[in-house]
Design a protein around this ligand. Structure first.
Ligand code: NAD
Length: 270
């Protein structure tokens, strides 16, 4: 029970990877706070977790995340672990790009690719800002709010959810790739600053993970993701949760500003 007596807040805890993180940290003794825009889903996740709570939070709104963490601390206790995991995609962009990715695959099977994705040139300002605001702004607001609380106690762990897209870039997803690369740079700089205050900050950069959101987003491109992964399969949310649990634990005491990438061999040099 590595997290006995520790309060852990998980943004985006209402589904997918975030839900698996809530379950894993709770199974190891943490008192979990699932923070989500979709608070009903977060309530379902924490229903079976002892002492856990669900809190409404919009990570792209600094006042909302501060308010949620105030509630967490007054209801559950001092924040020890913060996982900035919430994520969202610009679904209209995904719907535009995915059929063209499939068309490119068909063309590539018989000759040169003729069809441009035009993902970048058709990406709207609103889509760019939306994805940056949830992933990058959200990680900043969540980390700042956590450090404000942890620094006074000179103790805490923060884990930011990045992606292989932030390391190598993902074709057709420049906004998401930029946001996740930003998360990695932000993690490194923050980690170096706050380690002297007893706070460890690290990042997890998953490869392709079998969540409902991913199934909806990639459609038939799922086969490409599986085929491009040397392990020959997608990862599970539980495998990402296990990585988060390691980084949150005292076993990871010398990890500062690191990126751990569970990705089935997709990216081996991080
Ligand atoms: P998901 O859609 O299943 O879960 C994301 C959760 O975040 C949802 O419950 C959603 O309601 C919540 N959310 C969205 N916007 C929010 C906001 N503004 N404030 C608070 N909560 C908000 O997604 P997932 O696949 O579990 O992904 C979780 C994280 O892992 C994301 O950061 C994602 O980019 C990252 N990731 C996912 C994969 C993958 O293949 N699924 C791969 C690499 C990285």
């Amino acid at each position: 029970m590595r997290f006995d007596g520790r309060v852990a807040a998980v943004t985006g805890g209402g589904s997918g990877i975030g839900a698996a993180i809530c379950e894993r940290l709770a199974a190891e003794g943490a008192t979990v706070a699932a923070l989500d825009l979709a608070v009903d889903r977060a309530r379902e996740v924490v229903a079976g977790l002892p002492g856990a709570g669900a809190f409404r939070a919009d990570v792209s709104d600094p006042a909302s995340i501060e308010e949620a963490l105030n509630q967490v601390e007054s209801e559950l206790g001092p924040l020890a672990i913060m996982v900035n995991n919430a994520g969202a995609l610009a679904m209209e962009h995904v719907a535009r790009v995915t059929p063209l990715v499939e068309k490119q695959q068909q063309e590539a099977a018989v000759g040169p690719i003729q069809t441009p994705l035009d993902a970048l040139v058709r990406l709207t300002d609103e889509e760019w800002r939306f994805v940056l605001s949830v992933h990058l702004d959200g990680t900043f607001y969540g980390t700042r709010a956590a450090v404000r609380r942890m620094a006074t106690r000179r103790s805490g762990v923060i884990i930011n959810m990045a992606s292989v897209c932030g390391i190598q870039g993902c074709t057709g997803h420049p906004h998401y790739s930029a946001a996740k690369a930003g998360v990695l740079g932000f993690t490194r700089a923050t980690a170096k600053e706050v380690i002297v205050q007893g706070i460890r900050v690290n990042a997890v950069a998953p490869g392709f993970i079998d969540t409902a959101r991913n199934r909806e987003a990639v459609g038939a491109a799922r086969n490409v993701n599986v085929g491009g992964t040397p392990a020959g399969r997608l990862g599970t949310p539980e495998e990402i949760a296990a990585t988060v649990a390691f980084l949150a634990s005292d076993d990871a005491g010398f990890f500062v500003g690191a990126t751990i990438s569970p990705n089935g061999g997709l990216v081996t040099a991080v």
